[in-house]
Design a protein around this ligand. Structure first.
Ligand code: NDP
Length: 331
């Protein structure tokens, strides 16, 4: 059995020196617990924040202990009444090939809703983040213009599609031509901007002749600096993420608040957990759209337990189109 530990806290970008693969005994489940075999591990940008020893909405990872995150696994031994051998579950699990977990903390996946991996993407945390962040905070109205940064990632690809479902003009910003083509050709995004090649401010002026009503921000940094001056009166900003700042200690930028005054814009941060009481609503809506073929998704899958850190680093380099997963084993 192998597990992956955080052994050093990164100050800037995480690298292999911060992680270590450790051998361990296969654990034994106690009463109410199950032994599970890891099948898929989700790597997510928010995990970078948990590597810092700072107070946040979620506790920091401990040093010299396995990292923990969203995962899909198969029950191989059950000491809990409601889970049996062979069940495929999802939940927060330590990065271990075999792990013991409290059965109450796990959810059995309904395979009729789609491939099991959707429970870590479009029908999981990123999908719900897109749904509530756009619908509840963004309040998009038909005919309005939505700009999405980080548009080709797990959250972004869902946001742009919901934007089209509700009848908006959608502009997606991403970091490669492959990504912008995917957004246009496969997801029906109206205009795209490759921020690594184009002047984002000027490209937005062209792509948004009527200004910007909703800004769904996954990225922050320079891209947001280009968006704020182009906000329409009473624009809404969903502050979902700020990945451009996660590896920059004490990041500071130009002061953009004045643009919020002249546009009377509303900016609101959130964590998807704020919507826990409404998860069923979001889940039902997303699964309905998926079933009707109005919503689709993309996954980038890296193979091998030992490659989890590399897949995680890739999030900060833009290696992923859609949801980044690591496949650890076959069921
Ligand atoms: P993604 O699948 O979008 O992966 C991250 C993407 O960010 C990369 O593919 C890359 O795409 C882009 N990126 C990386 N570094 C930079 C940079 N310096 N500048 C601009 N773009 C960059 O991840 P998720 O969909 O899981 O998450 C998206 C965002 O939403 C993150 O900021 C995350 O923290 C946040 N989030 C917030 C939640 C909440 O509850 N508020 C819940 C889930 C996610 P590219 O090639 O385009 O650069």
């Amino acid at each position: 059995n192998h597990e992956i530990h955080l052994v050093k806290r990164p100050e800037a970008a995480p690298t292999h020196e911060h992680f270590e693969m450790v051998e361990s005994e296969k654990p034994e489940p106690g009463e109410g617990e199950v032994l599970v075999k890891m099948l898929y591990v989700s790597v997510d940008p928010y995990m970078r924040g948990r590597m810092n020893d700072t107070k946040s909405y979620i506790a920091p990872f401990e040093l010299n202990a396995p990292i923990e995150g969203g995962a899909i696994a198969e029950v191989t031994h059950s000491k809990a009444s409601h889970l049996s051998e062979g069940d495929i579950i999802t939940g927060m699990l330590p990065w271990k090939e075999y792990a013991v977990a409290k059965a109450d903390s796990l959810r059995k996946i309904d395979p009729s809703l789609g491939p099991v991996t959707t429970s870590l993407g479009v029908l999981g945390m990123p999908g719900l983040t897109a749904y509530f962040g756009l619908m509840d905070i963004g309040q998009p109205k038909e005919g309005e213009t939505i700009v999405v940064s980080g548009a080709a990632g797990a959250v972004g690809t869902t946001v742009v599609q919901i934007g089209k479902i509700v009848g908006c003009r959608v502009v997606g910003i991403a970091g490669s031509d492959e990504k912008t083509s995917y957004l246009k050709d496969e997801l029906g995004v109206d205009e795209t901007i490759n921020y690594k090649k184009e002047n984002v401010y000027e490209a937005l002026q062209k792509a948004c002749p009527d200004g910007i009503d909703v800004y769904f921000d996954n990225v922050g940094g320079d891209i947001s600096d280009a968006v704020y001056p182009q906000l329409n009166k009473f624009a809404r900003i969903t502050q979902c993420g700020a990945i451009a700042s996660y590896n920059v200690p004490n990041d500071q930028g130009p002061r953009m608040q004045m643009h919020l005054i002249k546009s009377s814009a509303l900016i609101k941060g959130f964590t998807v957990g704020d919507y826990q009481d409404r998860f069923k609503e979001g889940f039902d809506e997303l699964s309905k759209w998926l079933k009707e073929g109005r919503l689709t998704y993309e996954e980038t899958v890296v193979e091998g337990f030992e490659n989890i850190p590399d897949a995680f680093f890739g999030l900060f380099e833009g290696s992923n189109l859609g949801k980044q997963l690591v496949k650890v084993a076959e069921p």
